[in-house]
Design a protein around this ligand. Structure first.
Ligand SMILES: C[S@@+](CC[C@H](N)C(=O)[O-])C[C@H]1O[C@@H](n2cnc3c(N)ncnc32)[C@H](O)[C@@H]1O
Length: 363
């Protein structure tokens, strides 16, 4: 397990989160907020387990999460749905996950949430776009598991803005509301109190259309392809605010571009993020570096992390941006080993291009 970088509140590790979780003390985590590689049929570039083995694979992580969560802790898991191979019928894997976690591990399903992403593109192409027999799948399951029936949770920290109608009602209840007898017997008087916002529903409408983040700008500046399956920051923000307090510990065990870590940092929560892929962990440091940083400095950080160094972001930004043992040799050796491969895949050609840029800005 290698540390890629540290910030004021957190640490990004590169490695297998199974090993990392096993090394933690029991009852030590407040929130695990994560989105695993999904069991999709087409392999994603960040590696998916096949559908039949998926539940078993994910259960190994969940068992460790259960042991390491505090009794007040929560495990929030974002899972997208999937179709069965070659058929316009859905896999049930995303429903089998909560059944397995609750029946086999002992988790409670504190609440099921649904993330509606209005900017999701129609897919799968065959059923939705070509044959037009299925609609766009734009909702992910977000399973909120808890170790006990009463995890730490405070809805007043995530109140939604009142609707225009409700605001009017609060200003002048007599004018806008006449108490009447309801068929349900659940009668509402005209004593409305301003609670600072409305109780949010379990349908979270959050577009995933990030286009001007520092992460994307910095990836673009150095020519690196950003992580393909990022959270919109509002998603971890909702659960981190709702389920934790300042200085609590939030962990993302499949951290990708480390959206969770960034939001936890902004909300003054301690955080730990782990990803198996070193280039994702190295690139995710860009979330904590200003947009004004030069291409050379960004490449310096990126390749230093790939070469095995740990970057202390605060020191780096305050001490003249010195990176330990920078690693021109590393960049050259990466380039040589790629060139020795002969015929290169598209992704390798991209890597080569970035290595060449690095060589030219470092020399
Ligand atoms: C869906 S992505 C997470 C994206 C993330 N939520 C974000 O906002 O960028 C899943 C990630 O899990 C990582 N991963 C897969 N197996 C892993 C393992 N055993 N340990 C740690 N990370 C793993 C993949 O490299 C991938 O980046």
């Amino acid at each position: 397990m290698k540390k890629s970088y540290t910030t004021r509140y957190g640490t990004q590790y590169n490695g297998n989160s199974l090993d990392f979780l096993a090394s933690l003390d029991d009852d030590s985590i407040d929130l695990v907020m994560t989105s695993p590689p999904f069991a999709l049929l087409r392999k994603k570039e960040y590696g998916n387990e096949d559908q039949p083995e998926y539940i078993e694979w994910l259960t190994q992580f969940a068992k460790l999460v259960y042991a390491k969560l505090k009794p007040t802790g929560s495990f929030v898991l974002d899972l997208g749905g999937a179709y069965k191979k070659g058929l316009p019928v859905r896999s049930l894997y995303n429903f089998r996950v909560p059944i397995a976690f609750c029946d086999e591990i002992g988790f409670h399903l504190a609440e099921d949430f649904y993330w509606f992403n209005p900017s999701k593109l129609p897919s799968p192409i065959e059923w939705v776009n070509k044959r037009k027999i299925r609609v766009k799948d734009a909702v992910n399951n977000i399973w909120w598991f808890s170790k006990t029936p009463f995890p730490k949770a405070d809805v007043t920290k995530v109140l939604a803005p009142y609707s225009g109608r409700m605001k009017k009602l609060l200003e002048n209840p007599e004018k806008y509301y006449k108490p009447t007898e309801r068929p349900s017997g659940h009668n509402i008087g005209s004593n409305f109190k301003d609670n600072g916002g409305a109780i949010p529903p379990n349908l979270l409408q959050i577009p995933n259309s990030e286009s001007n983040s520092v992460y994307l700008a910095n990836c673009k500046k150095v020519g690196l392809k950003s992580h393909p399956a990022r959270f919109p920051p509002k998603l971890p923000e909702f659960f981190i605010k709702y389920l934790t307090d300042e200085n609590d510990l939030v962990i993302d065990i499949f951290s990708g571009s480390n959206t969770t870590g960034l939001v936890a940092e902004q909300l003054k929560r301690n955080w730990i993020s782990i990803d198996l892929d070193n280039s994702y962990t190295a690139m995710s440091s860009f979330r904590f570096l200003p947009k004004s940083l030069s291409q050379k400095d960004l490449l310096n950080v990126y390749y230093s992390i790939l070469a095995g160094n740990e970057i202390k972001i605060l020191d780096f930004l305050s001490n003249g941006r010195e990176v330990p043992n920078l690693t021109k040799e590393f960049v050259f050796s990466q380039k040589n080993s790629l060139e020795q491969l002969g015929k290169l895949k598209k992704s390798d050609l991209k890597k080569l291009q970035v290595l060449e840029t690095a060589i030219s800005v470092f020399s």
